[in-house]
Each structure stands twice: as structure tokens, then as C-alpha cells.
Design a protein around this ligand. Structure first.
Ligand SMILES: C[S@@+](CC[C@H](N)C(=O)[O-])C[C@H]1O[C@@H](n2cnc3c(N)ncnc32)[C@H](O)[C@@H]1O
Length: 255
């Protein structure tokens, strides 16, 4: 069975990722300001985008994720700084259902849906939740390798940070575990080492499975569901990037 990709063992370390998040938040905010009506944040995780965006609007803001542990981190932040227009739910992308229609939908979880039927019914469901003039922003991984055999087993250090609050050093590594190049699915291990002042190291890890897409494949999927594609980016800095080295692909669509 495929892992659930829910960061169940490492959610509490997720926000230590020190790679720039400002561009992502600015990008989502710029499009949020072009829309009206309710906002839906699909696969909100620990709320790294959710919180700064929801704080910047008085519109109803609904955020969901299926990971208990990611949501626990988000809810902890909201205890300290409540946001009255933000409604957080535990829900699964495979069968979420809200009574509201949304004018703006952000989706950073799509790559974790693996099965064709799930993917088709998910996109139809997103479409159904959109108001007539809504924008849907879909973020997926940008494939940058063939993920063949030579890719498996390679471990890389993603970052190392020092946490002043707890005086711990946190290092994150990723290791490629398996890939199915036909189905365009791969699994990697995300592994943390947390070292305290005495030099004692604790280790935490999760497996994450991602389905990757080439631009045309996802454009076809979106168009066959009824979406109209407006813009395509490969970076949150907002340049219509042409380079192939970017980590993400971003599709902006309407109904
Ligand atoms: C890459 S993280 C993004 C989190 C957050 N949006 C951010 O930008 O930091 C992907 C999120 O998708 C969630 N996820 C994966 N599969 C899901 C599903 N079937 N339903 C709901 N959430 C899911 C995971 O729990 C995780 O929080």
C-alpha cells in the first residue's frame, strides 16, 4: 500500500523549512485580491500560507487537510492568534464536500492523488465548488529528472537550521526510495535529525508519494474537466518562467 503522504511523524518539524515562502504567499495573495467570494485552501498543511492569507482578508476562508498532525500544528497557531474568518476542517481531497461555492481555490495537494479515477472525480468536485467567476490555482511538482534507477537511493541534505527557542539543530534530508516511471509516481523519504544542546540526536521520518505531470498532461486533464486555462508559471516570483530547473508548476484556471 502507498503511504498516505500525511507527514504523520514529522508534521511538528514541517515549518522549519527555511526555503523562502514569501514569494508563494505573495503569489497567492495577488490572485486572492483579483477574486471575490469565499476562499478555499485545499491541503493547507500547517497553514504556512493559510494564516498570512486569511489574516489579510475579511472574506470567509475555509482550509482543509486530511493530516491530523499537520492540522494540530495549524490549530496550535490559531490558539495563540485566532482568525475569526478562518474555518479549518479535517477532510480528504478524495471526497470533500462543502455547502459553499468559492471564488478562489488554492490547491497544493493534487500531486498526492495517485489513481486516475480519484483524479478525475477530484477535479470535477473542485469545479463543482467554484462560483462562476472563480479562479483555481493548482500547484504541482515540476519533474526535473527521469526518475529512473540511478535516481533511487540518492540522499540529499535539504537544509539545516538552528532553533533558538529550544536550542536544537534541525537537519532535513530527502532520499529517493522508489519510482514508477510509467505511472509517473515516485516515493521519497523525508528524514529529520534533531540534535539538542547535549549533542543527543533524535530521528524522525515519513514517506511521501507524489505523482508528477508534464505541462501538457495536466493542461489536458484540466481542459477535459471544463477548466479554462489562463496562466502557467514555473515559479512563485510570478515570471512566466521558461527555464526547466524550477521546483513547481503553477496552473491558473477559471471555469
Ligand atoms: C506539500 S504539503 C502543502 C502544505 C501547505 N499547503 C503548504 O504550502 O505548506 C501537502 C499537504 O497535502 C496533504 N494531503 C495529502 N493528501 C491529501 C488528501 N488526500 N486530502 C487532504 N490533504 C491531503 C498533506 O497532509 C499535506 O499537508
Amino acid at each position: 500500500m502507498q503511504p498516505r503522504s500525511d507527514w504523520s511523524n514529522t508534521a511538528f518539524l514541517y515549518d522549519f523549512d527555511n526555503r523562502r515562502y514569501d514569494d508563494r504567499i505573495k503569489f497567492f495573495k495577488r490572485y486572492m485580491e483579483r477574486t471575490s467570494g469565499n476562499i478555499l485552501d485545499i491541503a493547507c498543511g500547517t497553514g504556512r500560507c493559510t494564516i498570512p492569507l486569511a489574516q489579510n482578508t475579511s472574506r470567509k476562508f475555509v482550509a482543509f487537510d486530511f493530516s491530523e498532525n499537520m492540522l494540530a500544528v495549524l490549530r496550535q497557531k490559531l490558539i495563540k492568534h485566532p482568525i475569526p474568518n478562518l474555518f479549518v476542517h479535517k477532510a480528504d481531497m478524495k471526497n470533500f464536500n462543502f455547502d459553499d461555492k468559492f471564488g478562489y481555490i488554492m490547491d497544493t495537494g493534487f500531486g498526492h492523488l495517485l489513481n486516475d479515477d480519484e483524479i478525475h472525480s477530484y477535479l470535477s468536485n473542485v469545479f463543482h465548488h467554484m462560483s462562476d467567476d472563480a479562479l483555481y490555482i493548482l500547484v504541482v511538482f515540476n519533474p526535473s529528472s527521469d526518475y529512473g534507477r540511478s535516481w533511487i537511493g540518492v540522499e540529499k541534505k535539504s537544509y539545516e537550521v538552528y532553533d533558538d527557542e529550544t536550542n536544537r539543530r534541525i537537519s532535513r534530508f530527502t532520499k529517493n526510495i522508489s519510482s514508477d516511471t510509467e505511472k509517473q509516481i515516485f516515493t521519497y523519504l523525508t528524514r529529520f535529525e534533531v540534535t539538542d544542546e547535549q549533542g543527543l540526536t533524535e530521528r524522525f521520518s515519513d514517506e511521501v508519494t507524489v505523482r508528477y505531470y508534464y505541462r501538457e498532461q495536466l493542461e489536458n486533464l484540466l481542459e477535459s474537466t471544463g477548466f479554462k486555462l489562463l496562466e502557467y508559471y514555473r515559479s512563485f516570483s510570478g515570471d512566466a518562467a521558461e527555464s526547466g530547473n524550477d521546483l513547481f508548476q503553477i496552473f491558473v484556471s477559471t471555469k
